[in-house]
Design a protein around this ligand. Structure first.
Ligand code: FMN
Length: 317
């Protein structure tokens, strides 16, 4: 099955379905490999990975498929230079860089033939990245899990704004997508693919604790909170940690007091240890649209089928 768009042509994949780079959840070979095999874009999240583990995961994916996959690289991570060295040495086919500016890596990776995609959460940053010469953009809206844009501008609005401004640049829309209807909406807005994050946490291949997956399956569309304004705000499931942050915010607590609580809670606590009470259970609003645990490859094909049904059902004026 193929659905051709600007993004599938750029990346050489069959379907405009990207599994979002997610620290821990896709920081191992299983999830990106399953998605790549099914014809979508699998994304290995390098954020929390040690160098040898990252090298091994790249080898495992390459051994499992000759289809393209991407590596997501948050440029703020500790030891970022060493990670970039490894990715350049391995001549990875697709780099998806988040945080920081594209000038830091662009020439070097273009020099080894890597397709460079940059993650942005505003029209302004999209214009700058396009100006710098990136090959494509991931455009993140306010619904997204992880780090949504500061002003929480919705995906519906920010993707449309970027597509209007930069019609020639392939866009992967991110935040708010959980099924084929969402994919149809993303393509209608002018994106060439949709990014699915939270949806892929509810797969056997996602590298998170069973308690995290259960929390995803149980949550509703209004179960998330955004906390940590000014501290690297995150969208996570409501839990005692977010309650505490909201209490401090409501009481007008200073940055230092809020920071102490904010940094005591981590994504790792939830993802690896299964502490869904005090950890950051990062998910998007899509969490309320996810009700089943499905093998990732099956999920890719299901989203493609749903897309077809959704598009076929649209009235034509
Ligand atoms: C658990 C989790 C971890 C994430 N980690 C990263 C990351 O390491 N790098 C990154 O660029 N984005 C990260 N994101 C953001 C996703 O790439 C994507 O923008 C987001 O999941 C889209 O929203 P959705 O979850 O509603 O699909 C993360 C999101 C989640 C839910």
């Amino acid at each position: 099955m193929k659905i051709e768009t600007s993004v599938t042509r750029l990346l050489g994949i069959d379907l405009p379905i990207a599994q979002a780079g997610m620290s821990w959840a896709s920081s191992g070979s299983a999830l990106p490999l399953a998605v790549a095999r099914a014809g979508g874009l699998g994304v290995l999240a390098a954020g929390p990975m040690r160098l040898p583990d990252l090298g091994r995961a790249i080898d495992e994916i390459r051994a499992g498929t000759d289809r393209p996959f991407a590596v997501n690289m948050p440029l703020y991570r500790q030891g970022a230079d060493e990670v970039l060295d490894l990715l350049a040495e391995r001549r990875i086919r697709i780099l998806i860089a988040s945080q920081g500016g594209p000038k830091r890596y662009l020439d070097r990776f273009h020099g080894v033939g890597t397709i460079c995609i940059h993650v942005v959460a505003s029209e302004e940053h999209a214009l700058k990245a396009a100006d710098a010469g990136v090959d494509g953009l991931v455009v993140v809206g306010g619904e997204a899990g992880g780090h949504p844009p500061a002003e929480l501008v919705s995906t519906l609005v920010v993707v449309r704004a970027v597509a209007r401004a930069l019609g020639h640049v392939p866009i992967i829309a991110s935040g708010g997508f959980a099924d084929g209807c969402g994919l149809a909406a993303a393509l209608a807005l002018g994106a060439g693919a949709a990014n699915f994050g939270t949806r892929f946490i509810a797969t056997p291949e996602a590298n998170v604790h069973a308690a995290y997956k259960q929390a995803v399956l149980a949550a509703g569309i209004a179960s998330t909170r955004t906390v940590g304004q000014g501290l690297g705000m995150v969208r996570t499931l409501a839990n005692p940690f977010t309650d505490r942050m909201q209490e401090l915010e409501a009481a007008g607590a200073g940055l230092d007091d809020r920071k102490a609580v904010f940094i005591a809670s981590t994504l790792k606590m939830a993802a690896l240890d299964g502490d869904v009470e005090w950890g950051k259970v990062e998910v998007g609003q899509t969490v309320g649209l996810v009700h089943d645990l499905v093998p990732a490859g099956e999920l890719v094909l299901r989203i493609a089928e749903e897309y077809r049904t959704a598009v076929a059902g649209l009235p034509v004026g």
